[in-house]
Every structure is written in C-alpha cells, then in structure tokens.
Design a binder for this molecule. Sequence first.
Ligand SMILES: CC(C)(COP(=O)(O)OP(=O)(O)OC[C@H]1O[C@@H](n2cnc3c(N)ncnc32)[C@H](O)[C@@H]1OP(=O)(O)O)[C@@H](O)C(=O)NCCC(=O)NCCS
Length: 244
Amino acid sequence: MGSIQLFPRRGPVTIADVWRVAPLPGAGAIRVRPSRVEDFAAVRALGREALLGAPVTLRQFESRRQAFPEGQWVAECDGVIAGAGSSMIVGWEDYPCEPSWAALTGDGTFLTHDPHGRTLFAFDVVADFSRRGFGIGRALHLARRRLCRRLNLRRIAAALPLPGYRADAMPPELYAKRAIWGEIEEPVLRFHLTQGFQYCGILRDFLPCAEHPGHAALVAWLNPLYAPPGPTASVASQRARKCA
Ligand SMILES: CC(C)(COP(=O)(O)OP(=O)(O)OC[C@H]1O[C@@H](n2cnc3c(N)ncnc32)[C@H](O)[C@@H]1OP(=O)(O)O)[C@@H](O)C(=O)NCCC(=O)NCCS
C-alpha cells in the first residue's frame, strides 16, 4: 500500500520546509528583549555578516544602551542571539535641513537621543543570515511599534540603504520608485513596506558609505493611537471655567 500524502506540495522544497521538519538548534520561538553588554559580540557579528557599514563598536553599543535602553533589542531563539535592532528618539522637526546619519546619531553613539522628540528612529534591523524569513525582523518591528505606542510617539522612521543603487544608472528617486513598483529587487525596502512603512522620499548622502553614494530611502510608520500632547480634557475644562 502506498503512503498517503496530505496537501502535496507543488513547488520546489524550500529551506524553510526542511527546517520545519528538522529545526536547527536556536530556531525555536523568538523572544525580543533589551540588549545587555554581554550581547555585544553577537550583535557586532550580525552587523558584520549583513555588511551594515562599519560594525558597531563597544563604545557605541554601550553609549546607545545608556542613552535609550528601551530602544536597544536583541531577538533570541532558544538562548541564541538571532537578530538585533536599535532605535532612538529624534526631534526630526528641529533639524533645519535634512540631517546626515552622523549628525542624527551623534556618530552612532545616540547621545543625540531626544526624549522630547516625536519620532522613533529605527536603525540596524538585522536577522541572522541562516534564520532569515522566520519572523525575526517582524518581531523586532513589532517591539518598535509597541514602544512607539507606549511612548505616544507620532511615528517610526527609518533611513534604508539602497545597496543595489549605482549613481551612473539613474537618480535615486527613480531607483526607489522602480523598487517599490517591483521592477528592481531591494529586499530591505520591500521588507519595510510589508511591515506597514510608507515610502517618504530619498535622503541624499545620508549614510556614511565609502563604496557607493550613501543615499537612503526614508520610510515611516504612523502611530494610529498618537494623541498630540496638550492639556487633557479635564484640565482644559477647568481652565475654561476659570476664564468664565
Ligand atoms: C531585513 C531583514 C531584517 C528581514 O528579517 P527577516 O527575519 O528575514 O524577516 P521576516 O522573516 O520577519 O519577514 C517579515 C516580512 O517581511 C517580508 N520579507 C522579508 N524579507 C523579504 C525580502 N527579501 N523581500 C520581500 N519581502 C521580505 C516577509 O515576507 C514577511 O512578510 P509577512 O510579515 O507579510 O509574512 C533581514 O533580511 C536582514 O537582516 N537583512 C540584512 C540587514 C539589513 O540590510 N537591514 C536593514 C538595514 S538597517
């Protein structure tokens, strides 16, 4: 008697299918938690592997944790660090013209973190290469959205590198448009669009990048529960009574 195949698969077998059957150690449930100093080596290795510019230094890592500990996360699977993300609050409106990465982040130290700002700026979302496509990026962005809502911030913003962009081919705005239309493969931009971010334009020469122009695609997610700061209803009504 032949074996019974339930839900026979038509397409090719993917690595995700194989892992579902025989998961690697560290492929279990994802837990996002604030980063600790002992996570430094793993976080640095993740950044290196993903070629995210110059890898984070210990000074930057510790400075970020001091400036805004709630915004520095790692994603852990079975005790293994499988992803990381860092963020800080910026007063985007306070910059007279569009800032560079170095100006915005205080050269990656986050000493420019502004608790009175309204924008949670997301930097460095990264998942371990061998675990991509398993929800680590999504879990890190979920943590960001929760933080954004809890702190009543207006938005989460991110400036995404465009590693496939070549200056001699077309302007970066056209490149981004073609990537959003699906004519050009830009995985990081596509990933953010799947996470509810909207494309807002190009930040020219934003990223410190030696090999190619450091233009970045600015994307934003708006907090639907944002309440503009101001007198609460009861305070406002008390004031109105005093004036009457
Ligand atoms: C971008 C990155 C963090 C995504 O992490 P990930 O764990 O693989 O992503 P997830 O498995 O959580 O996927 C989340 C969603 O994004 C989509 N997605 C992920 N990678 C994608 C890609 N290359 N193209 C299109 N969509 C993608 C998934 O389909 C999924 O959609 P869903 O929520 O509707 O199911 C990861 O690919 C990475 O580390 N890249 C290198 C680092 C980098 O360049 N970071 C950004 C600059 S700071």
